[in-house]
Design a protein around this ligand. Structure first.
Ligand SMILES: Nc1ncnc2c1ncn2[C@@H]1O[C@H](COP(=O)(O)OP(=O)(O)OP(=O)(O)O)[C@@H](O)[C@H]1O
Length: 234
């Protein structure tokens, strides 16, 4: 399997502060399932932001799909972003749009024909079990329903990587189980998953997942698996 993400000696500081992340060097392999863990404030969200190109590192190199994205001209960033679906910690749904219209957004922005958008949205609503809530606005949806709208919106463009920040943070165990099934089905279709979570039960359920643990601003990788994933030469 191909290396899809590569960080080399990446460091990040905000403003003039201390580095919040240092010396991150790891590779992610296409089709794998990764959890990012670490205490609150460890830098999980910051790492994910660099991965989905919302934050440039202050040092080091990041290659996405084989391209150096740190020196990439701004105009080329949206093309790379489209290949990465993001489920934000706070969902970021548009409150005045229906669930269906929120899910449709990435396709409408990309200029996809309306007939195709409608079919894809119906398929996504069915997949996340929200067909009967298609017309509901986010403020009238439960936390778990909003989370599923956010997941559907993140995957409707068929991203190669799905990044999710604390996706089970605000849902009960049954809903966490349901979300995990959605993630597992995507991973089964070949999507690379990168999920930041504190949820040890969630982690325990995915035996095949690899762990990225951040502590003291650094990545702990006791097995060396992230540095040299199977199938890749050191
Ligand atoms: N925009 C910012 N400006 C300044 N400091 C920031 C910014 N974003 C994050 N930080 C700091 O960087 C560190 C890492 O934050 P980050 O949100 O990445 O951690 P986290 O592991 O995702 O935390 P949590 O689990 O609580 O969401 C923290 O000390 C935080 O205060």
């Amino acid at each position: 399997m191909a290396t899809i993400v590569q960080f080399e000696n990446v460091g990040l500081r905000y403003g003039q502060g201390e580095e919040v992340l240092s010396d991150l060097s790891f590779s992610l392999t296409s089709g794998e399932f990764y959890f990012v863990t670490g205490a609150s404030g460890a830098g999980k969200t910051s790492l994910l932001k660099m991965l989905y190109l919302a934050q440039r590192p202050t040092r080091g190199a990041i290659h996405l799909f084989g391209t150096d994205v740190v020196t990439l001209p701004r105009a080329r960033i949206p093309g790379f972003r489209r290949r990465i679906g993001v489920v934000f910690q706070d969902f970021r749904l548009v409150p005045h749009l229906s669930a269906a219209d929120n899910i449709a957004l990435p396709l409408r922005i990309a200029g996809v024909l309306e007939d195709e958008v409608r079919d894809a949205v119906s398929e996504m609503l069915a997949w996340v079990g929200l067909t009967n809530r298609a017309d509901a606005r986010p403020p009238t949806l439960s936390g778990g329903e909003q989370q599923r709208v956010a997941i559907a919106r993140a995957v409707i463009g068929r991203p190669e990587i799905l990044v999710a920040d604390e996706p089970t943070g605000n849902v009960d165990e049954a809903m966490a189980d349901r979300l995990l099934q959605l993630f597992a089905s995507l991973n089964g279709l070949g999507t690379t998953l990168v999920i930041a979570t504190h949820d040890l039960q969630l982690i325990a359920r995915v035996r095949s997942a690899q762990m990225m643990r951040i502590d003291g601003g650094r990545l702990l990788d006791p097995t060396g698996m992230l540095r040299h994933p199977p199938g890749r030469q050191a």
